[in-house]
Unconditional design. Structure first.
Length: 425
C-alpha cells in the first residue's frame, strides 16, 4: 500500500487521474466482481495520508473537477452518455450476441505506457480492455444479450477521438442451390444502361437492368427480408446465359451485408423467389451457414465434379467408330485449355488443365449427337466441343476432324455430395 501511496503522491503533485482510472490501474482483473469503488477508496486513503503530510496542493489536484484525467481524457466521466447512446442505436438491430470495442488515440496510449513504465505498474487493465469489460457487462445486463468476441452479431465500436458510436452488424450467410429451367437468363445482374448503377426512373431506382438474371431474382428478396444494405451471390461456378442448370441445381451462398434483421424465416424467402421467378428458376435447400462455407465453396468449385449434357451438330454425318474413338480419347483425359476467345476480354489469357472423367453419347441424327460429360469444375465445355481454334486440346472437333457446332448445353449435376462434405443438411 505504501508503494501505491507514494506513486499517487508523485502523480497527483502534477496531474489529475479519475477514480475509475485508479480502479483500473490497481484492481485485480482476474477476480469475478469488478470492485469499481477501489479508486474512490484509494483516493480517500491517499487524502488522509497527504493531510498528515500537509501537502495541500495535492489535495486540490485530487478533486478538482475542471481538470482532465490524463489517463482517459475524462472518458469515464462521459460513460453514462455513451451507454445511453449505444442502447439507443442498437435498438434498430436484431441480434443475439455482441461485443464492444474502442478506438483510442495513440497519444492517450502513450501517456499510460509512460506512467506504467515510470512507476512499474503492471497490475490492472489497459483503458481498452477495461472500457470493453465495463460496457459489455452493462449492455448485456440492459439488453439481455450475450457477449461474444469471436463471432458476434453486432460489433459496437466507440471512436474516442470523434466521440462517435459505430455499429457493425456482421454479415449473414445463407447456403442453397438454384435450378435454372430457362435459357436466356444471365447469372449476374447487369447495371442499368441509363444510370450505370446509380438508380433512375428507367430501372425503378434499383440501378440494375430489368433483364432477368439469377442475381436479379434472388438478391433483392434477401436484401428486403433481412432489411440489409446489400446482398451478394457467391455461386459455385459461372454459367452462360444460354445454359440451363437442372437436377441437382447449382450451389451458392448469399452474403447479406449489414442486416437490420436476423431472425428471418428462410422458407418465406424461398417461396417468394420461386413465386416471382414463375418456374424459370427455383431455389431450394436454403439454410444458415457460417462464413467458412462460402470460402470452401469458392475453392471447391474449381475441383468439384460437374456433369453436362452437350448437344452438338457435326459438319458431316458421323459414324459410330468416330464417336467411340472420341469417347476413348476423352475418358480420364487432361484437357489443355487456353482462355476461350469469347471471354478473353475479361479473363487473363492463360492455359488451364482440367480433367474429363467420363463421356457417354447418344446419336440423335446422322450428324446430331448428345454427349453426357462428367468433368472437373472450371472446364469450358463449349470449347471442348468446337476446339476454339485449337486453343482447347483435344476437342470433339479435333478428334472427329471436322467442325462442330454447339446446339445446347445443360448442367445436369454439380457436386451432388457437397452438402455431405460441408456437414450441411
Ligand atoms: Zn480516467
Ligand atoms: Zn437506372
Amino acid at each position: 500500500m505504501n508503494k501505491i501511496l507514494s506513486i499517487l503522491e508523485d502523480i497527483f503533485s502534477k496531474n489529475y487521474v479519475c477514480s475509475l482510472c485508479l480502479t483500473r490501474l490497481f484492481y485485480n482483473p482476474n477476480s469475478k466482481k469488478i470492485e469499481l469503488n477501489l479508486g474512490k477508496k484509494l483516493k480517500n486513503k491517499f487524502k488522509k495520508y497527504i493531510l498528515q503530510k500537509k501537502r495541500n496542493i495535492i489535495i486540490k489536484n485530487l478533486y478538482k473537477n475542471s481538470k482532465v484525467c490524463i489517463l482517459c481524457k475524462n472518458l469515464f466521466f462521459n460513460i453514462k452518455k455513451i451507454i445511453l447512446n449505444i442502447i439507443y442505436k442498437i435498438q434498430f438491430y436484431e441480434f443475439n450476441t455482441f461485443c464492444v470495442g474502442i478506438k483510442i488515440p495513440s497519444d492517450i496510449i502513450k501517456i499510460e505506457d509512460e506512467i506504467r513504465t515510470k512507476y512499474e505498474i503492471t497490475s490492472g487493465d489497459s483503458l481498452k480492455s477495461f472500457f470493453n469489460k465495463i460496457l459489455c457487462r452493462i449492455i448485456s445486463k440492459r439488453t439481455g444479450k450475450k457477449v461474444d468476441f469471436y463471432n458476434p452479431d453486432l460489433k459496437i465500436i466507440y471512436d474516442m477521438k470523434n466521440d462517435k458510436i459505430v455499429i457493425e452488424p456482421s454479415s449473414i450467410y445463407v447456403y442453397g442451390r438454384y435450378i435454372k429451367n430457362k435459357r436466356g437468363i444471365r447469372q449476374t445482374r447487369e447495371y442499368c444502361d441509363y444510370c450505370r448503377g446509380s438508380g433512375c426512373s428507367e430501372c425503378n431506382y434499383t440501378g440494375y437492368s430489368k433483364e432477368p438474371s439469377i442475381e436479379g431474382y434472388i438478391l433483392p428478396v434477401f436484401k428486403e427480408k433481412f432489411n440489409a444494405e446489400d446482398s451478394i451471390l457467391h455461386a459455385s461456378g459461372r454459367e452462360d446465359i444460354d445454359v440451363i442448370t437442372i437436377n441437382t441445381g447449382r450451389p451458392f451462398v448469399v452474403e447479406v451485408r449489414r442486416p437490420l434483421k436476423r431472425n428471418v424465416e428462410l422458407k418465406q424467402i424461398e417461396d417468394e423467389i420461386n413465386k416471382k421467378a414463375n418456374g424459370d428458376i427455383l431455389v431450394k435447400n436454403l439454410q444458415f451457414v457460417n462464413r467458412n462455407v462460402m470460402k470452401k465453396i469458392k475453392v471447391l468449385s474449381k475441383y468439384e465434379e460437374k456433369t453436362y449434357l452437350l448437344k452438338v451438330k457435326f459438319e458431316r454425318p458421323v459414324t459410330k467408330q468416330t464417336l467411340d474413338f472420341i469417347v476413348s480419347q476423352l475418358t480420364n483425359r487432361v484437357i489443355s485449355q487456353r482462355t476461350p476467345t469469347r471471354v478473353l476480354y475479361r479473363r487473363k489469357d492463360m492455359v488451364r488443365y482440367k480433367m474429363v472423367y467420363s463421356v457417354e453419347y447418344k446419336q440423335i441424327d446422322k450428324n446430331i449427337v448428345e454427349f453426357t460429360i462428367k468433368c472437373q469444375g472450371g472446364l469450358y465445355v463449349k470449347e471442348l466441343a468446337h476446339g476454339d481454334n485449337n486453343r482447347t486440346n483435344p476437342s470433339i472437333a479435333s478428334l472427329a476432324n471436322m467442325n462442330v457446332e454447339v446446339l445446347s448445353l445443360d448442367v445436369i449435376s454439380i457436386s451432388p455430395e457437397l452438402e455431405k462434405k460441408l456437414n450441411l443438411s
